[in-house]
Design a protein around this ligand. Sequence first.
Ligand code: ZN
Length: 240
Amino acid sequence: MAQTELLFLQDSYLREAATTVTEVLEDAVTLRDTIFYPEGGGQPTDTGRLDTPAGTAIITHVAKKGNRILHHLEGPIPKVGDEVFMRLDWENRYKYMRMHTAQHIVSRIVFDQFGAQTAGNQIRAEYSHIDFAPATFQSSDLPGIENAVNDIISQNLPVTIEVIPREELVNRMGPDRSDLTKLPSSVKQVRLVQIGEYDAYPCAGTHVQSTGELNGIRITKRKSKGKGTIRITYELTEPE
Ligand SMILES: [Zn+2]
C-alpha cells in the first residue's frame, strides 16, 4: 500500500482537493493524498468534510497510526476506490498555522535570551503553551520576551520550508540548538522551517508564509511545572 501523499507539507494553504479512498477501516478511511494534518507534534488534528458518492461525511479526527493516516468519519463511509473531495475547516487550521509560527519565534527568543530549550508545546486555536527546560526565567522577564517576539513579527519575515539531509542540520542550526539525539535514526531528510535569516528549526507542522500574517502575541501566563520546567501560555493579538 502506497503511503498517503501529505499535500499540506508542500502547500499549507490548500483548502480543498480531490483524491481516492485507498482503504476503509470501520469508521475511518485512508486516502491517496490528504490536505488534513494528523494530530501530532503539539499541533491539533485538522477537521473538515469529505464529499463521497454516498454523501458528505464529516472528518472529526485525523491521526497517524503506524504508516497510515486515518481520517475518522461521521456519516456515510465511502468504498475503496471511490473518488472523493476533501474540504478543510480553514478557520481553525489558519489559527494553528499562525500559532505554530509564533511558537517557533517564542522558542527561539527564549533560547537566545535565556538558553532554555523547548521541551514541549501544545498549539490551540485560542491560546497555546510552550514548556521550557531547564529554565530559570522569571515573570519579570516576560515583557522582554514578548517585545522581542513582536519585533520579529513586525519585520514581516518570509517563512520558508527546505528539506535538507540530516547531516546538514548542525551547520544550519548551530551545535547548541540542534539536538540530533531527539531525531530518530530512521530520519535521513529533515524538513527545516526557516523564519527569514533569523531561525531554522526542523518541523513537520503547518506554517504561515510570512510573519506579517501575525499581528503579534501576548504572553498571558508563566507557570513553574517543577523540575526546572517553566510553561509560558500565549495568545495572538489582532489589529485594533
Ligand atoms: Zn514546529
